[in-house]
Design a protein around this ligand. Structure first.
Ligand code: NAP
Length: 256
């Protein structure tokens, strides 16, 4: 059975490892191509956009795909909307891995929850502060509107967007650990952190470190992300794929 994984996350890589040696499935990983040197993949990989919903439909048809797993990041809303529309359009089953968000610990976490990166820049206030930006590189331009702050941004690759004047980059990718995060925030004398509510263990240590140092976290809310059958972990996606396989086999035995 041919399947497509929409990836770019730890869950996608974990599902790929589950599928790599399973001869029942012929899986392809799809990456957007945002990262200059993506992690080594264990599955055949295609890189780059499909060209919208119509392009995705064509690709799925041309490659004889029988099921799609959307394992993209909680903030990658457009590709998920396209996956729902394309899979509906050509009647292919879609399963979506939905990573649980982090929960604020009452009385211990100081989160300022905002809807957009623009609102996050505004929420930093007027007084110059030392701000740790941990939101990736694509949306850093919003902070050009708050040029009074000193920013330290952690990204995987250098950005190609307009930036605030006083910004320094730390190039790194998770997972991170609590002690290192706490030491980093203290050493850099960070006053505030800006984060997405990505969920998962890999980048949670910065949230724990902020809690321990009693630092405010400007938390950008998750976007609306359309989905297919909701799956919580890669193992559930594997189980769902096995169900699709069994369903496909029984359909073909019935001649439907
Ligand atoms: P997005 O805004 O939802 O998608 C924008 C466009 O990028 C899509 O319309 C599609 O282009 C292309 N695209 C996105 N994911 C793709 C994939 N896995 N394979 C092929 N094309 C893809 O996505 P994004 O937020 O820029 O995220 C891009 C990638 O980075 C995703 O794989 C995501 O899992 C990963 N990622 C994102 C974040 C984040 O904070 N947004 C964090 C970590 C990892 P076409 O319309 O041309 O098909």
């Amino acid at each position: 059975m041919r399947i497509l994984i929409l990836g770019g996350t730890i869950e996608a890589s974990q599902l790929a490892r589950l599928l790599a040696d399973d001869s029942r499935f012929e899986a392809t990983m799809s990456l957007a191509g945002r990262t200059v040197s993506p992690k080594q993949q264990v599955l055949p990989t295609r890189i780059g956009g499909f060209g919208g919903i119509a392009g995705l439909e064509t690709w799925l048809r041309d490659n004889g795909i029988a099921a799609v797993v959307d394992a993209t990041h909680p903030y990658a809303a457009q590709i998920s909307a396209h996956a729902v529309a394309a899979c509906n359009g050509i009647s292919i089953p879609l399963g979506s891995i939905i990573r649980a968000p982090w929960a604020r610990e009452d009385g211990r976490d100081n989160w300022i929850e905002v809807e957009t990166t623009g609102a996050a820049a505004h929420a930093l206030g007027d007084a110059p502060a030392r701000v740790f930006l941990s939101i990736g590189r694509q949306e850093l331009a919003a902070f050009a509107a708050a040029p009074q702050h000193h920013y330290i941004a952690r990204t995987i690759d250098p950005p190609d967007v307009t930036l605030p004047p006083d910004i320094r980059f730390v190039y790194d990718r998770g997972p991170f650990d609590i002690a290192t995060e706490q030491a980093f925030l203290a050493r850099e004398k960070i006053d505030m952190i800006v984060s997405k509510n990505s969920g998962g263990a890999a980048t949670y240590p910065k949230i724990v470190a902020s809690r321990r140092l009693q630092l405010p976290v400007v938390m950008i809310s998750r976007p609306h992300k359309p989905h297919g059958v909701a799956l919580d972990v890669p193992e559930a996606a594997m189980h769902w794929l096995e169900t699709q396989l069994a369903h496909g086999a029984s359909s073909s035995r019935r001649g439907v």
